[in-house]
Design a protein around this ligand. Sequence first.
Ligand code: 5GP
Length: 190
Amino acid sequence: MANDKYLFVVSGAAGTGKDSVVKALRQAHPEIEKTVSATTRAPRPGEQEGVDYYYRTREEFQQLIEKDQVVEHNFYNGNFYGTLREEVDKRLAAGKVVVLVIDVHGAENIRRMFPGATTVFLLPPSEEELERRLRGRGTETEESIRERLATAQKELAQQDKFTLKLVNDEVEHCAAELYDVICRRAGISR
Ligand code: 5GP
């Protein structure tokens, strides 16, 4: 698709801080847009419909897939997550830089569909820190945390398939590095 050099995927193991980094990026550079995904999981405290996710029932999510309104989707930790086609297409058509914050499987699908996209793998400073962050969220059961940790190990094993890797040692610093990558790959002068 034309303009796919403006498409950026930020991925990495859950708990690496993808959302915080992209939030800091967009605070500093509001012209960079982020798609809002659809999910069947329940909102966490403080999350908002249309801001964090579009919260949908299984049936509604299935219908979105059947109507080809989902570019990629994944089943993760008991729930569906998917990128809505319209969220991507309208922004690329307008020549905007678009960031998708999705899991490693989603990144692989995007890479196949949009060969010009840049995929960025965020690494935690260490595996101990990753576990601390996953536990620190405090909203999950022990079983759910264990499942996330096991998934995180599998996700970390995928890192070499990405265009490049960044270490999320400190959110603002990592966001600044991500902005450099975006400017370089999208050909934006700063
Ligand atoms: P959470 O439940 O913590 O918000 O998200 C769980 C995982 O799903 C995270 O790794 C998140 O990046 C990923 N995710 C969120 N939206 C999408 C999406 O649209 N597609 C895919 N493939 N993964 C997503």
